[in-house]
Design a protein around this ligand. Structure first.
Ligand SMILES: Nc1nc2c(c(=O)[nH]1)N[C@H]1C(S)=C(S)[C@@H](COP(=O)(O)OP(=O)(O)OC[C@H]3O[C@@H](n4cnc5c(=O)[nH]c(N)nc54)[C@H](O)[C@@H]3O)O[C@H]1N2
Ligand SMILES: Nc1nc2c(c(=O)[nH]1)N[C@H]1C(S)=C(S)[C@@H](COP(=O)(O)OP(=O)(O)OC[C@H]3O[C@@H](n4cnc5c(=O)[nH]c(N)nc54)[C@H](O)[C@@H]3O)O[C@H]1N2
Ligand SMILES: [Mo]
Length: 705
């Protein structure tokens, strides 16, 4: 799906929820868990008479204030959303012109693609490996490699027709069977939710853990995005698909390489088989699928080379592939498959004795994992463990008798050497938080840390200097990446957050020349970057995270801005903090206007074409590119439009399908325990890849479990 839907962030933002006509809160309980953001829901209800619909297995505090509440079985959401998609299509409650312009509904799918109604399988299923080969999930291409389209959307293999047929299975009766809600409540919810299909209405969906903590959450959120696209709600004020992130800076962490599979700015991590920079870039840089698509990821080389300059500074040169060989690569296992190092797998690797040491900063895996005993067993197999924390949490004291007893061991059985380092907390240091709305906001130290506590950056800085010293003295297996790391900070033992913020935004490493004439200097050496177009792939720019360009420019640290100036009148507050990307408040906002650039709804214009340029929010489009040119509105997607059908990328199929075997301890409607029966309509899970969790695989059963 479109970039942000998959990344987990808000396409819109907290303050924009006040512009919605309908709010669907599903898979989250924002009244309780996001109470400050929830005020914008209440504002929409007060000012716009917006309707709040809540769909949840429990009657929670959001349900208590909702206009309409539907109770469903946990894990049955894809069927519910599929039912809404079907309801919209069957009853003509979708925004046809929007769908034609801004989605891949008109695209023609190759005839090798197929969905077997009896088996519940997409084409490409390998029964032995229990996984799909996704090569048939693709468009029919012309000789230039562009996808063929049928603007009438009547072609039987157009995405629109395939989707219509696919979702016809989720009738209200089937939804009722799978989800355990009655037919009428479903229909009533569907009527409210799909009421936003008209151009003058907009609705939003908010979700959190009730969706993201499922193994099939990608499919689930894809289904939500499909629904919003059909209703014409993406890119519009009051619309979008909005992930409510958890802790204060979870968004900032994700943006900056917290997950194992990408580097900062969502650049895919180099893999073991990418031997050279060229091989890597060729593998990860997408080719445009329509003549008019901007395909912005074509700039991956600029993002990545500038990042390598940030990591390795003078050690990254044109002559050495910008130090590509220093960069860690995701390893492949014996079977040649890429290893999974996501959270649960880290502890599985540790449990299997594949790790010597572990550093845990601001996290308590013994208490937060799905399987505490396994985590305790895993930690007991380490040689050393470093915990940097405000308190002596369970992870730091896992070896103590009352905790290690959970795996039938005694403290003397544990050989792991544990170092508990006292860390300052968020209020005891400067820095930034990026919220769910992608707003990077600076915050200031309020009090000094107590006792011996020091900020995390000092813990890391001091550790790094010591490790580098050891490499200098003793050599080692591969000292170069450590010795050449760009540790340029004025105070190397405690890098300042201000300098780190400058580096994340990036600057000109040498004079940057104009790309057209190849000579005139557009940026002097040392000048902060201010826009994406400043980036180069020749080593003349340095940038820690391309998405944050604009956060710290020559004008200063824009994350410190606190003006409540609201030039657009929609509560977008462009002068408040910095909103990645490019200070744009609403992503995909080109979709807020029709083909000619006239807003669908004048009272809620995201952007509009004034004859010379796009005005309103920062356009998600070239600012002076006239609408007639028809540049795809989804600039990050090779197709230039949003994907209802996702070509060969997901493990579970190009359309989301309800596949879990559902059983609920107590049926919400008839109060008896039973299992959802219909195999045909609610296929038993077929794809192993995203389902198998190392926490429940046989190899991972702890000694006492
Ligand atoms: N006071 C306070 N606030 C917090 C936090 C905190 O520790 N304290 N933690 C923060 C963090 S890190 C996070 S991630 C957020 C979490 O915020 P939420 O995601 O809102 O948290 P949960 O309470 O897990 O709510 C999830 C809701 O999803 C429902 N649910 C469960 N399974 C399903 C399902 O299959 N389908 C549907 N539709 N619903 C389902 C549950 O019944 C529940 O009502 O809270 C943040 N806010
Ligand atoms: N049973 C159960 N398990 C869960 C969840 C649940 O609802 N129930 N929720 C899941 C979710 S959504 C999440 S996000 C995780 C949360 O899992 P964790 O992130 O492990 O949870 P917290 O308890 O918030 O731990 C954060 C730790 O950071 C420390 N800390 C605070 N500020 C700083 C700092 O500046 N520096 C350092 N070094 N430490 C600091 C705090 O003292 C605290 O111990 O748990 C997951 N696991
Ligand atoms: Mo969370």
């Amino acid at each position: 799906m479109a970039t942000t839907f998959g990344r987990g962030a808000m396409t819109n933002g907290w303050t924009d929820i006040a512009n919605a006509d309908v709010i669907l809160a599903m898979g989250g309980n924002p009244a309780e868990n996001h109470p400050v953001g929830f005020r914008f829901v209440m504002e929409a209800r007060r000012k716009r008479k917006a309707k709040l619909v809540n769909v949840d297995p429990r009657f929670n505090r959001t349900s208590a204030v909702a206009d309409y509440f539907v109770q469903i079985r946990a894990g049955s959401d894809i069927a519910f959303l599929g039912g809404l998609i079907n309801y919209a299509l069957k009853n003509g409650r979708y925004h046809e012109e929007y769908v034609r312009l801004y989605t891949n509904a008109p695209f023609i799918v190759t005839d090798a693609y197929n969905f077997d109604e009896d088996q519940g399988l997409f084409s490409g299923w390998d029964e032995e490996k229990k996984e799909y080969a996704a090569s048939t999930w693709n468009y029919e291409l012309d000789r230039k490699g562009f996808a063929k389209v049928d603007r009438t959307m009547q072609h039987p293999r157009s995405v629109f027709q395939l989707m219509r047929k696919f979702y016809a299975r989720y009738t209200p009766e089937v939804v009722s069977k799978i989800c355990g809600c009655e037919v009428e409540p479903f229909k009533k919810a569907a009527e409210i939710i799909t009421s936003t299909y008209t151009p003058e209405k907009a609705g939003t969906i908010t979700y959190a853990l009730g969706w993201t903590h499922h193994s099939f959450s990608v499919q689930l959120i894809h289904a939500a995005a499909m629904l919003q696209l059909l209703l014409g709600n993406v890119g519009r004020p009051g619309g979008g698909v909005n992930a409510l992130r958890g802790h204060a800076n979870i968004q900032g962490g994700t943006d900056n390489g917290m997950a194992y599979h990408n580097t900062p700015g969502y650049i895919p991590i180099p893999k073991a088989n990418h031997q050279s920079l060229k091989e890597f870039l060729d593998a990860v840089t997408p080719k445009p699928l329509r003549p008019n698509s901007m395909n912005y990821w074509r700039n991956t080389s600029r993002f990545f080379v500038s990042q390598m300059k940030a990591f390795y500074g003078k050690g990254a040169t044109k002559g050495n592939d910008f130090a590509y060989h220093y960069h860690p690569k995701l390893p492949a296992n014996e079977a040649g498959r890429l290893e999974n190092w996501s959270w649960a797998y880290i502890f599985d690797h540790m449990y299997q004795g594949k790790m010597d040491g572990f550093m845990s900063f601001g996290m308590n895996p013994v208490a937060n994992g799905p399987h505490s005993q396994k985590v305790i067993s895993a930690l007991s197999k380490l040689k050393w463990l470093v915990v940097a924390e405000n308190f002596e949490i369970e992870t730091a004291s896992f070896w103590k008798s009352e905790i290690v007893a959970l795996i039938d061991k005694k403290p003397q059985d544990v050989k792991t050497e544990v170092f508990l380092l006292p860390a300052a907390n968020f209020a005891e240091k400067d820095g930034s938080f990026t919220n769910s709305a992608r707003w990077a906001q600076w915050k200031w130290k309020a009090v000094d840390p107590p006792g011996e506590a020091i900020p995390d950056q000092e813990i890391i800085g001091r550790l790094f200097l010591k490790i580098r010293e050891l490499y200098q003295e003793e050599g080692g297996k591969f000292p170069d990446p450590i010795l050449n790391l760009n540790w340029w900070y004025a105070n190397p033992a405690t890098p300042s957050m201000d300098q780190l913020a400058r580096e994340i935004n990036g600057w000109a490493a040498t004079g940057v020349t104009d790309e057209k004439d190849g000579r005139s200097v557009v940026l002097e050496r040392g000048q902060q970057l201010s826009k994406f177009a400043d980036l180069r792939a020749d080593g003349s720019t340095l940038c820690g995270n391309w998405l944050y360009i604009g956060s710290y420019t020559e004008a200063g640290n824009n994350m410190k801005r606190r003006s409540t100036e609201d030039s657009v009148g929609l509560g977008l507050y462009h002068e408040w903090a910095f909103n990645w990307p490019a200070n744009r408040r609403i992503l995909y906002n080109r979709c807020s206007a029709d083909a000619q650039g006239n807003p669908w709804d004048r009272s809620r214009a995201g952007i509009l074409w004034n004859g010379e340029r796009w005005v309103g929010d920062v356009p998600d489009y070239r600012v002076n590119s006239p609408p007639e040119e028809g540049l795809g509105a989804f600039i990050m997607i090779p197709e230039g439009v949003a994907r209802l059908f996702v070509p060969g990328q997901f493990v579970d199929g190009p359309f989301p399908l309800s596949t879990t075997n559902l059983s609920s301890p107590q049926c919400p409607t008839c109060s008896t325990p039973h299992t959802a029966p219909t195999r045909l309509l609610n296929f038993s899970r077929v794809s192993g890849t995203s389902w198998a969790s190392p926490m429940n695989s046989p190899s991972s059963v702890p000694p006492t479990a």
